[in-house]
Design a protein around this ligand. Structure first.
Ligand SMILES: [Zn+2]
Length: 224
């Protein structure tokens, strides 16, 4: 059976692979890959391009796996922590813990180029400034800015995951919204926790994620 027959109308499809004609209802993505060597080891580096802007690209590291259940981490960009090593969140540590696991066990690291939980850098920095000036946490700051606190959409990630044709997934996350978004893939998804011990700098932010975003974090880590 044509594998594209299982895609619903409005899904992104990879036309080049299927050979069928593009219709007006298709939203097409392009894919390129190369061998990739990093400090973690050897892998494949993929880019899935959904449009003309840089943030329309999704990066993916894939490491061969013998497991039936594919280990997956979906990370969205946090330039302040991942590049500039901010101390107020755990994004850098989550990224590198995930990479270590993916290189060890095999699996995928899918990287969305959308900072500020999908709201963009302007909103993120305005939110951080409201934290400094008025003591608002990130949830309340986004509300003050009239922005959804977590507007990330996982439709494109689901299309990327479909490309790898997994039978079942183990998703490294603490975020129930991410689990729900990836469930759209239509294969069994099990949850694997990715908890980073809070530091003095990150404790407040992580506690906001736990209490206001419903992240699955052990409350004992926040006992003062
Ligand atoms: Zn961060």
């Amino acid at each position: 059976m044509d594998r594209l027959a299982t895609f619903g109308v409005g899904d992104f499809v990879h036309i080049e692979r299927s050979g069928r004609k593009v219709t007006d209802q298709d939203r097409v993505f392009e894919h390129a890959e190369c061998d990739f060597e990093s400090h973690y080891g050897k892998a494949k580096l993929h880019v899935f391009s959904f449009g003309p802007h840089e943030e329309d690209n999704i990066l993916c590291i894939s490491v061969g796996s013998q497991q039936d259940t594919l280990l997956v981490r979906v990370q969205s960009a946090c330039y302040t922590a991942e590049i500039f090593r901010a101390t107020d969140c755990d994004c850098h540590e989550q990224l590198h813990s995930s990479l270590k696991m993916v290189y060890k066990e095999g699996g995928l690291l899918v990287y969305m180029i959308c900072d500020g939980r999908g709201a963009g850098l302007l909103t993120k920095i305005r939110g951080l400034a409201l934290g400094d000036s008025e003591g608002l946490d990130t949830f309340d700051a986004y509300h003050r800015l009239q922005v959804d606190p977590d507007p990330r959409d996982y439709t494109r990630v689901v299309s990327v995951l479909k490309w790898f044709e997994p039978k079942r997934l183990a998703l490294l996350t603490n975020n129930p919204r991410k689990l729900a978004g990836i469930a759209e893939l239509g294969v069994p998804v099990e949850h694997r926790s990715l908890q980073i011990e809070p530091t003095d700098g990150s404790r407040s932010y992580l506690n906001t994620k736990r209490l206001k975003f419903g992240h699955l974090l052990d409350s004992e880590m926040f006992d003062m």
